[in-house]
Design a protein around this ligand. Structure first.
Ligand SMILES: Nc1ncnc2c1ncn2[C@@H]1O[C@H](COP(=O)(O)OP(=O)(O)OP(=O)(O)O)[C@@H](O)[C@H]1O
Length: 278
C-alpha cells in the first residue's frame, strides 16, 4: 500500500494522474496537495466522509471544476486549462455516470443514449443512432423494451442502467461513476456491481468509482483510495487498508457495516469455490 504516489510524473500505464490538487470555495478548503494515480484497467474506489470532496475531485479530473492549483492528466493528456476543442476530443474517451443518473426527463432512454453521439458525431444517420442506442441499452442490462420508455417510467435501478448506457455510448476507455449504487436495494446494488465488473473485464475499462457502499468496495474494487484531511491519505487493497492504524479507516472498514460487507464477500467466495468443486 502507498500513502502517496512514489514519483512525480506517474507511471506510463497510469490512466489518471493527479498532483498537488487544490480546490477551495471561499474560506472552505476542500483539497490541498492531493495526489493520486489510477492504473490502466483497474476499478479504483474512492471513499471518504461526507463532504470530503469526492465529487469535486471527479469534477476536477473531467474538467468541470477548475482547481486553484495542481496538475491532472487523463490518458496522458492534461485536463486543466485545455482549449475547449481539445477538451471535447479528450472527453469523448470517457463516460460519466453522475449521482442520480442525470437523465433528460423529456427524452426516452434511447434518445438519452443518443445525446453524446449526436453531440460528437453530428453526421451519424438516425438508423445508426438507433442501432447503437439499442446495443448500449441491452449491454447495460436493460430489456430492449426500455429504449422507448421515459426515465419516469423506470425503476431507480433501471434509471441507473440507462445512465450507464449513456455513459457507454461513445465506447469510452475510462468510466467515471459517482455513487452508482446509492438508492438501490441490496440485490439491485449487487447486480449493478456485477454489471460494472463484467463490463470492466470485457471492455477493458478503467473505472473511477466514488462510493459509500462497502459491499461495492469489497466486491469489485481493485484498490481503494481514502480521502481525508483534504487529500488521499491512503490507497491500496482493502486488506492493505485494514493494516493501517488510521482511526477513520479502522472505524469505516471494521465497524458493523464493514464487517457485514466483508462476511458477505467471504460467503460469496465460499459458495463459488463449493460450486467449482461440486
Ligand atoms: N460549486 C460549489 N460551491 C461551493 N461549495 C461547493 C461547491 N461544490 C462543492 N462544494 C462544497 O465542497 C465540499 C465537498 O463537496 P463534494 O460534493 O465533493 O463532497 P462529497 O465528498 O462528494 O460528499 P458526499 O459524500 O456527501 O456526496 C462540500 O462541503 C460542498 O458543499
Amino acid at each position: 500500500m502507498s500513502t502517496r504516489p512514489t514519483d512525480t510524473d506517474g507511471d506510463s500505464d497510469d490512466v489518471i494522474v493527479v498532483r498537488g490538487l487544490r480546490n477551495s470555495f471561499g474560506e472552505q478548503v476542500v483539497h490541498d496537495g492531493l495526489d493520486l494515480d489510477v492504473r490502466r484497467g483497474e476499478i479504483y474506489g474512492v471513499v471518504g466522509g461526507s463532504g470530503t470532496g469526492k465529487s469535486v475531485l471527479m469534477r476536477s479530473i473531467i474538467g468541470l471544476q477548475k482547481p486553484q492549483a495542481g496538475d491532472i492528466h487523463v490518458l496522458g493528456e492534461p485536463t486543466i486549462d485545455r482549449p475547449e476543442t481539445e477538451m471535447v476530443d479528450l472527453s469523448k474517451r470517457w463516460g460519466v455516470l453522475f449521482q442520480g443518473g442525470a437523465l433528460f426527463s423529456t427524452l426516452t432512454v434511447a434518445e438519452n443514449v443518443q445525446v453524446p453521439l449526436r453531440e460528437f458525431y453530428k453526421a451519424l444517420p438516425q438508423s445508426l443512432l438507433d442501432e447503437i442506442a439499442a446495443y448500449k441499452v441491452v449491454m447495460s442490462g436493460l430489456p430492449a423494451e426500455a429504449g422507448p420508455k421515459y426515465p419516469s417510467q423506470l425503476s431507480g435501478g433501471m434509471r441507473k442502467r440507462a445512465g450507464l448506457a449513456r455513459a457507454l455510448a461513445l465506447d469510452p476507455e475510462v468510466l467515471f461513476l459517482d455513487e452508482p449504487t446509492a438508492g438501490l436495494d441490496p440485490i439491485g446494488a449487487a447486480a449493478f456491481d456485477e454489471l460494472i465488473r463484467s463490463l470492466q473485464k470485457t471492455l477493458g475499462l478503467t473505472v473511477f468509482l466514488i462510493t459509500h457502499d462497502l459491499d461495492t468496495l469489497y466486491a469489485i474494487c481493485d484498490r481503494v483510495a481514502v480521502l481525508a484531511d483534504h487529500k488521499v491519505i491512503a490507497v491500496g487493497t482493502i486488506d492493505e487498508l485494514l493494516a493501517t492504524d488510521h482511526p477513520w479507516i479502522q472505524e469505516y472498514f471494521r465497524g458493523p457495516r464493514g464487517r457485514a460487507a466483508s462476511a458477505s464477500v467471504d460467503h460469496a467466495a465460499a459458495k463459488e469455490i463449493a460450486g467449482t468443486e461440486s
